[in-house]
Design a protein around this ligand. Structure first.
Ligand code: NAG
Ligand code: NAG
Ligand code: NAG
Ligand code: NAG
Ligand code: NAG
Length: 250
């Protein structure tokens, strides 16, 4: 029984605290009952903090994940607004808190839930030589998380069991890697595609061209060699010059 009362208190306490707070937030779009504002990238969210009780110091302040937001002078007393324009993917999960400057226990918060899918599109040309390594990557960030990530070569799914392809996903990027390219196996049109529950799927293509291997001169050792030859010649001239000069002095 005692345990149940404490559990009930745990749930009651936060709402009780926010009810006695003299500040509250109004937002467009409106938050859910638990203070979550549903939005997506490129949208605008406007928040207004309103002082509803009487206090000596009416100055308000806003924080984003705990860090103070700079406010204009006319935007602090009684009422203060902030605008998130446009919403970016980094705003996902951000918590905006308005509080009384003189007493932070008077506060109200909202949290953004930003829906987005990485904006991949377009096409890119990639040229590399035989036996070089191939590295392609696509952004795969999304909220909710992507439900599928695929790589195709010339329109068919890349076969990971042959051809030395390695595909790795780390939640931020999806990468396709081939250690040593072979024109017959690896040249062609690659396409990465990401899909999420909230958006149409998105893709990016890469036209990969494999050229013949060129002989690369070891340039640095060559330059070093030439410098040594040059210096030796110079020294030889200088020492001979001394002999000639001495000869003239006689
Ligand atoms: C804030 O409200 C008080 C009365 O509640 C008023 O006297 C004061 O002028 C207001 N300040 C601003 C900046 O609106
Ligand atoms: C801040 O506000 C709370 C809640 O009204 C109050 O209990 C507390 O004494 C206040 N603190 C200060 C320093 O005024
Ligand atoms: C955020 O929004 C997504 C998509 O609308 C939803 O699936 C998810 O449950 C929401 N998360 C929270 C914490 O509200
Ligand atoms: C890729 O190469 C093709 C043909 O060589 C060319 O038409 C196209 O403009 C190139 N694309 C980019 C993004 O450079
Ligand atoms: C992909 O298609 C291109 C153009 O049709 C062709 O040159 C290339 O060999 C193909 N790549 C593979 C791995 O089949």
């Amino acid at each position: 029984m005692k345990l149940m009362v404490s559990i009930a208190l745990l749930f009651l306490l936060p709402s009780y605290a926010s009810q006695t707070s003299v500040v509250h937030i109004e937002s467009t779009p409106k938050p859910s009952a638990d203070g979550v504002i549903q939005t997506e990238t490129r949208e605008i969210v406007s928040l207004v903090c309103i002082l509803t009780g009487t206090v000596d110091n009416k100055e308000l302040e806003w924080r984003r994940n705990g860090a103070a937001i700079k406010l204009d002078d006319g935007n602090k007393e009684n009422r203060s607004s902030v605008c998130i324009n446009p919403v970016i993917y980094k705003d996902e999960g951000a918590k905006f808190t308005c509080q009384l400057k003189s007493n932070s226990s008077h506060s109200a918060s909202v949290t953004l839930n930003v829906t987005y899918l990485a904006e991949i599109s377009g096409s890119e040309n990639v040229t590399l030589e035989e036996e070089e390594s191939l590295d392609l990557q696509c952004d795969m960030r999304a909220n909710p998380l992507v439900t599928s990530v695929t790589w195709k070569l010339n329109g068919t799914l890349v076969d990971l069991s042959t051809g030395g392809f390695i595909v790795s996903n780390n939640g931020v990027n999806t990468k396709l890697h081939v250690k040593k390219v072979d024109r017959s196996l690896h040249e062609g049109e690659y396409q990465c595609t990401i899909a999420s529950p909230a958006y149409e799927e998105r893709s990016r293509t890469f036209q990969v061209t494999v050229t013949d291997k060129t002989l690369k001169f070891p340039l640095m050792p060559m330059i070093a060699g030439l410098v040594v030859v040059g210096l030796t010649a110079l020294l030889a001239i200088v020492s001979r010059w001394r002999i000639i000069a001495r000869w003239f002095k006689k």
